[in-house]
Design a protein around this ligand. Structure first.
Ligand SMILES: Cc1cc2nc3c(=O)[nH]c(=O)nc-3n(C[C@H](O)[C@H](O)[C@H](O)COP(=O)(O)OP(=O)(O)OC[C@H]3O[C@@H](n4cnc5c(N)ncnc54)[C@H](O)[C@@H]3O)c2cc1C
Length: 220
């Protein structure tokens, strides 16, 4: 904070040289999923940063962080759609190959209905994600905001990914719980999409705020 009295308007963004004295990283965290991506905490202890490293204008830091999150949320929605797509395709293929009681499990109505629900939710999440990406493009040329579209896409896609990966694992039966098939990884990876770039709880706060904004919200 460059001016604590100004609260969010007193936050400024800086580029910090990772070689600066006082800059430190934790060891890599051992995580439930997304293990191809390293995660460390960073610590800044009395790090001195030259004024030339100011990003944007003084006091614009919160605005910069929030606009970065709006864009990032579309990326996480796309990640959730990607994880769920792999799980759905694996479950569809497994349902045709696995035979039980003399027929492929894809012949059982319950399995077909699981897959129908998964396909429906996946499609909806994909469309919401594309709508948010299109809104971001439109804002670049026409101005305005796309925070609502980004938040709705991220919240729905993240929660959809939990449901779809859970069902995909279930369709695999016991094998779903083993590392022989990709669905246990999809199930673990999906979990993070409800947490980073803002949790699902915070997304509901954001969406509610947009709904109750004075200017009103044109949905559609
Ligand atoms: C693998 C991984 C990678 C990450 N990468 C990054 C990164 O690159 N950059 C970065 O900055 N951060 C990163 N994070 C941090 C991540 O964004 C935060 O963990 C996340 O935003 C949640 O914040 P928190 O952990 O402080 O949870 P908390 O704020 O402590 O929340 C705990 C619980 O309380 C709820 N809660 C908190 N406040 C409210 C409220 N006002 N209303 C209702 N419910 C509330 C939360 O939804 C949650 O359920 C990463 C985290 C992980 C696990």
């Amino acid at each position: 904070m460059t001016d604590p009295a100004q609260k969010t308007r007193g936050i400024s963004a800086f580029i910090v040289d990772a070689e600066s004295p006082g800059f430190d990283r934790s060891r890599h965290q051992v995580k439930l999923g997304v293990n191809a991506s390293g995660t460390v905490e960073i610590f800044l202890t009395d790090v001195r940063v030259p004024a030339a490293n100011l990003l944007g204008k003084e006091g614009d830091g919160f605005k910069i962080a929030m606009s970065t999150l709006d864009g990032g949320r579309i990326g996480i929605a796309a990640q959730a759609v990607g994880i769920a797509t792999e799980a759905f395709e694996a479950a569809l293929s497994y349902s045709k190959a696995r035979r039980a009681f003399g027929k492929p499990i894809s012949d059982f109505q319950v399995i077909r209905f699981y897959l129908a629900d998964m396909a429906t939710e996946l499609d909806a999440a994909r469309l919401l994600t594309r709508r948010a990406a299109a809104a971001k493009d439109r804002v670049k040329t026409e101005g305005g905001r796309y925070g609502f579209e980004a938040a709705v896409a991220k919240l729905f896609a993240a929660e959809m990914a939990q449901r779809v990966t859970t069902k995909a694992l279930q369709i695999h039966g016991g094998y779903g719980y083993t590392k022989e098939y990709p669905v246990e990884r999809n199930f673990r990876d999906a979990r993070i999409t409800e947490i980073y770039e803002g949790t699902s709880e915070i997304h509901r706060v954001i969406i509610a705020r947009e709904i109750f904004r004075d200017a009103g919200l044109a949905i559609g």
